[in-house]
Structure formats: C-alpha cells, structure tokens
Design a binder for this molecule. Structure first.
Ligand SMILES: [Zn+2]
Length: 461
C-alpha cells in the first residue's frame, strides 16, 4: 500500500500532468469505486477544470472549478494513467476522465479497494472520510497531540501511531523506520513512551517522510506515464522488510514480530521495551566471583536465569535433537535426552562441529531467555561466562564484568574445591577484550563486603 511520501509524489505527478485540463465527460465503469451516486458524480464533473492538487494524510485532493473537490484514496493497488483518447482501455480501468484536449486520465485498480468521492470546498474537510483524519507531522507544531492521545493508552505504540485519526501519514513501513530512529520498541505501551520520546517520534516522522518524499521527487523526472502512477517507489529503508539484515547502529540481527497483526522489524538491542523487566548480565573469567554477584542480586529480588538449565531442557526437545542431527548425523540419544558423554567426546574430536553447535544452541538460548524475561514479574539476572560470544549481551540492559587477580581466582577456586589447574587453563583462552563492552566492571580483589558495596553502587546510580 502506498504511504504518505508515495501519495505526495503521485499528487505531484498528477499536478504536473493534468493541471488546467478541462473535463469533457466521465465514464464510471465500476460504480462501487465512487462513494455516493456514480451518475451524479459523472455529470457534476462535466465542464470542470483541475485547478489545483493537495493531500491530506494519504488522500489525494483534486480541486476543481466551481468549488468542487474530488477526494481519492489509492488503498492497495490504485493507479492513475494519462493516455491519449485513441488508446484502448484495459481490464482494471475503473473510472475514466475524458479531457477536451484529446487525452484521458484513467483510474485503474486491480484490487478494487480504492475510493473516489466528490465534495465541495466548504464541506470536504468536515465530512467523512477527511473529518476522521488527524493532522500529518508536517501540519503539527509540536507533539502535544500525541501526548494527549496516548496518555492513558495501553496499546502498543506502533498500533497507536498507525491510528490515522490521531496523527496521519505513518503507515506500516515508515512507522517501523521512525521507531527504529527513535529507539522505541514497537510493543511499548503507548502511555509508557515519554514526552521526550514522543517529541523525537514527531521530529523523526518529519525526517523520515521528507527523505522519502525527496526520493520520490527524483522519480518524477524519470516518470513515464505508461507505467502508471502507483506510488510504489524504492526508498532508503533501514529496518522495514529487512528481517534477515543487521542493525546499522549496533550490528545486532534485526528481528521480525507481529504487532496487532502487522509485520514489524526492529532491533532487539537498540529498541527496549520499558514494560519488560530489566535483564542484568553477569560475566567474566572463572573464579572471579560471578556467582556471588548473581546470588546477591537474587537476594535483593532479582530472578536468576540459569543458562545451563535452559540448555538441559532444550537438549531434551525432539525438534532440537532433529536440528542438531542435521549437522551431527550420528548424534546419540539416551532415553529422551542427548547422550552427553558422546557429545562431549565428539566435540573434542570435531572442533568445527563444536562451533556449529554453539552457534545453533546460543541462538535458541537467547530466544528462551527473552521469553523468560518477558513473563517475569521481577527484574532478571543471568550469569554467563560466554555472555558476549553467545549473543546474550545484546538483550541485556546492563552488563557487569567481574574481574580478579590470578591469586584471588586461585583462592576462590580452592575454597570451592574446584579443579584449579584446568580452570586457570580455561581462563587463559578467555577473551578479556570483551571487558570494554561491559557497562560496569567490578574488581573483586578485596573481601565480600567490598564486592557487595561495588554492586550496590551500580544500582544506586
Ligand atoms: Zn541495534
């Protein structure tokens, strides 16, 4: 469906092609396309001239002589063609305006959802459909209309912005672009979007729409009337329709969801929903005190998500086992579970398969963690040594990296009766450069009271 920028472009092309043309007669080939009496519509237009063109939301306004106004909405597939009289009509030509200069303007619509209505200069804004169309972002002086309308609305901000009676002009494509530009999660309850964010949404709407209008403007020059004026132009889109793409800001994989039935693409990292509890990631090498930090947060009301447990459950699922069998065909199943002893020794012998399995299972774990956070009533904490490698970092709101000197690590490992030598060996390969990606770093070289104090200081801020 064409959106505001495309409709604006169609309007501009129509103006360039038909301004000043005088109507000789009108043929309505499908009466339902006309709102109101089709015969009266046709006879009223005889002898009138197209004197100007306008647009309200996604409606094209034809201003005619004698204070007459024609309103056209293209809906899904509506198109206008300007042709010579001698050219034959085609199957989906629904309304034909014959001009006195030997040309004709044809309204063509394969889906037949488009509508045309005749009104007058006095009434066209007062009666439906235009009486129900809110101002577009270009007509607004500020974002007060949005503030007022969304104040008590629990519906998703995307759905609220698509409601043309509040602010018109954003359709499914550009609303995704605007929400991406303003870093607002499309499912955020409208009332939780701050005044500051609403102001940004309004401004971004102007930016996004005017860029698209500019892009459409350049197509006017190359426009060929035979192609029909459909308004489906290619515009520079960042997220819409790019569900397999990556975020141009953070590199995170974009995600597609459905919001009130409408396909929606967004970045799970850049666009956070404040209605979903926060997720704190705790990471760092072995023996630094990650578990102590996690348990401390748990004691203070956080829900601890255990990734080992998630993997355990996932491995028992038949669909997961079948997926893994696609790249490890001889995978052994013990009872209903994957044979862990087999898997461990197999992966040691096949490092490439190990990488493949990790990539696969990490994505599944991230999915499960997101689901758990979404239904959690409390803020959540997740402890994962490979937080960055697994992609879990991208869904965390805060990341605490716990570090400690080697001596401290040994002390911790000994007190836990862990295998000190093999743990330190694992730590040798630990990617410490991820530390700079963390939002908070805790150095745990003093006592536990000091550790707690450092955690407290993060949350006091
Ligand atoms: Zn992003």
């Amino acid at each position: 469906m064409p959106e505001l920028p495309e409709v604006e472009t169609v309007k501009n092309i129509l103006k360039e092609m038909t301004l000043g043309k005088k109507i000789k007669s009108v043929d309505v080939l499908r009466k339902q396309t006309i709102e109101g009496d089709a015969d009266l519509f046709a006879s009223s237009l005889i002898g009138e001239t197209f004197s100007d063109f306008g647009r309200v939301g996604k409606f094209i306004i034809f201003f005619l002589t004698n204070n007459k106004v024609m309103i056209s909405h293209l809906r899904m597939e509506g198109k206008y063609f300007l042709k010579d009289e001698k050219e034959k009509l085609t199957k989906h030509d629904l309304v034909v305006f014959h001009f006195t200069d030997g040309t004709k303007l044809i309204y063509n619509d394969t889906r037949r959802f488009g509508r045309i209505k005749l009104s007058s200069i006095e009434d066209y804004m007062k009666e439906e459909p235009l009486s129900k169309v809110g101002p577009d972002p270009f007509m607004m002086k500020d974002s007060k209309i949005l503030e007022k309308a969304f104040k008590n609305k629990s519906i998703a901000i995307k759905t609220a912005l698509l409601d043309q009676s509040i602010m018109s002009g954003l359709g499914n494509i550009y609303v995704d672009e605007v929400l991406f530009a303003t870093k607002v999660h499309p499912e955020t309850p409208a009332k939780l979007v701050s005044k500051k964010q609403l102001n940004e949404i309004w401004k971004a709407s102007i930016d996004v729409l005017s860029n698209a209008i500019k892009a459409g403007g350049s197509t006017i020059k190359s426009y060929h009337p035979k192609q029909g004026i459909s308004g489906n132009f290619q515009v520079n889109l960042k997220v819409y329709g790019k569900k397999d793409g990556t975020c141009p800001n953070c590199g995170c994989k974009l995600r597609k969801i459905f919001v009130n039935g409408r396909g929606t693409t967004y970045c799970p990292h850049c666009q956070k929903n404040p209605a979903i509890p926060t997720l704190i990631g705790v990471t760092g090498p072995i023996g630094t005190g990650k578990s102590t930090v996690t348990k401390y947060l748990e004691k203070h009301g956080y829900f601890a998500i255990n990734t080992d447990e998630i993997v355990h459950i996932l491995y028992k699922e038949k669909s997961i086992q079948n997926d893994i069998k696609k790249f490890i065909p001889n995978l052994k199943i013990k009872g209903s579970d994957i044979d862990r002893d087999f898997l461990r020794s197999y992966l040691i012998k096949n490092p490439n398969k190990k990488k493949r399995l990790e990539k696969y299972i990490h994505a599944k774990v991230v999915e499960q963690v997101e689901k758990l956070v979404k239904v959690s009533k409390k803020p959540c904490v997740i402890e994962a040594p490979l937080l960055f490698e697994s992609g879990l970092d991208l869904i965390c709101d805060k990341i605490i990296y716990v570090d400690a000197k080697k001596d401290t690590q040994i002390k911790h490992l000994e007190s836990r009766k862990s295998d000190v030598k093999s743990s330190l060996e694992l730590n040798k390969n630990y990617n410490t450069s991820n530390k700079k990606k963390a939002t908070h770093i805790i150095i745990n070289d003093k006592d536990v009271a000091n550790l707690y104090k450092q955690v407290d200081s993060i949350f006091c801020k």
